[in-house]
Design a protein around this ligand. Structure first.
Ligand code: AMP
Length: 384
């Protein structure tokens, strides 16, 4: 008789599915990614089903051969998740996914859970936009409620004269899914809490991560976030736990926060493994990817403690030369196997070190080798 290995279905076949598959393999856990796109990069390392989100036969076949289904992509249609949930455990649950898919529902939940947010207002019409600008003030950011990611579907308004341009850019999207206007927060820092909750309610977090975005896209993460007080860390973790419990969340998620004068404001929640947790592959005892797989299968969660400090550099558009990272001590290279394309996340590097000073030296060496001094500068400065 052939031994049947536990199997996890992953909706979406991008780099997150790829890294989930790579983390599952040593545990003897198989993965099957599901994606409408034939060259989805997870297909290079795991089985890939190429089918549409509404392909009944393909979804039924997936559900029939996996022990749990999860996501590498939160914008899977709710109907697809619900269809699968009728046949197999789906984690996170469809309700949690629905909240995290909608910026208005998400920010409303944050407030109900006691986490402050930037001022916001729903916008469905041009009149709503004018009224929201009058109430919230400028600068502000107009965002699509759904399907926006990595700074896409966003328009920054600086003066009243920008209302027309904002409406031309996003008015059509308002008709489909609605928009939200948010006050622009002059934050001191951006942090994320990457957390995991098990099927039994066990809850763990990795140390807070400091993040830098460029044009709305994550560029650099540094963990543990230097200069974070125990109080701030405890507050961030308590917010993440409260939100996870309200949603009966199972798996890894990231809560993205702005810090302004010691106050935490909730920006958004990613209901999946997250780019700001990629450093955990080499920098923590158990990575976010392994713990997500453990959580969705109901296995005990692993230790989220760290090995020193880590920095993660995102590669957007095209891969740089790997040599400077491969040459530095504790430097790690991740190429997602994707074609180069403007604005696309194609890979990342992580550099780890036992202490902040050593990490600073290693990072400076990598920056010079890659000619990426500007990208790395904020992390070098934060390392003191
Ligand atoms: P989002 O897709 O909403 O996470 O936005 C991407 C990035 O844009 C954030 O990580 C921030 O750097 C910036 N951003 C988004 N919303 C705001 C805001 N209300 N105030 C200031 N910066 C923002």
């Amino acid at each position: 008789m052939t031994r049947r290995l536990p199997t996890v279905g992953i909706l979406g076949g991008g780099q997150l599915a790829r890294m989930l598959a790579l983390a599952a393999a040593p545990l003897g856990i198989r993965t099957v990614a599901f994606d409408p796109v034939a060259d989805a990069c997870a297909g290079q390392v795991t089985e890939l089903t190429v089918a549409g989100w509404d392909d009944e036969a393909a979804l039924g076949a997936l559900a029939g051969r996996v022990d749990a289904v999860t996501f590498d992509f939160e914008n899977v249609p709710a109907a697809t998740a619900e269809r699968l949930a009728g046949q197999v455990p789906v984690h996170p649950n469809a309700g949690a996914l629905a909240v995290a898919q909608d910026r208005l529902a998400e920010k409303t939940l944050f407030r109900e859970s006691g986490l402050s947010t930037p001022e916001f207002a729903p916008v469905d019409t041009r009149e709503d936009l004018v009224a929201a600008v009058a109430r919230i003030g400028l600068p502000a950011i107009l965002k699509t409620r759904r399907l926006g990611y990595d700074g896409k579907g966003q328009f920054r308004l600086k003066t009243d004269a920008d209302v027309d341009a904002a409406w031309s850019a996003l008015g059509e999207a308002a008709g489909k899914h609605g928009l939200i206007l948010e006050a622009f927060v002059p934050f001191d820092r951006e942090l994320s809490v990457v957390a995991v909750r098990g099927r039994d309610g066990a809850f763990r977090t990795w140390p807070l991560t400091r993040n830098w975005h460029v044009d709305g896209v994550l560029s650099v993460s540094l963990a543990p976030a230097p200069g974070t007080s125990d109080e701030l860390e405890a507050a961030a973790v308590a917010h993440a736990k409260a939100i996870a419990e309200r949603l009966d969340y199972v798996g890894v998620f990231a809560l993205e926060l702005f810090v302004r004068g010691g106050e935490l404001l909730g920006n958004e929640m990613a209901p999946r493994v997250h780019n700001s947790g990629h450093w955990t592959i080499e920098g923590a005892h158990t990575s976010q990817f392994e713990n997500h797989i453990r959580a969705v299968l109901g296995l005990p969660l692993g230790d989220t403690g760290v090995r020193g400090c880590s920095v993660m550099l995102n590669w957007i558009g095209e891969m740089p030369d790997p040599a400077p990272v491969l040459s530095v001590a504790d430097g790690h290279w991740h190429d997602y196997g994707k074609e180069a394309r403007e604005g696309r996340k194609v890979g990342h590097a992580t550099v780890c070190a036992p202490d902040a000073g050593t990490l600073r030296t290693r990072l400076a060496e990598v920056a010079v080798g890659l000619g990426r001094e500007a990208q790395v500068a904020p992390a070098i400065e934060a390392l003191g």
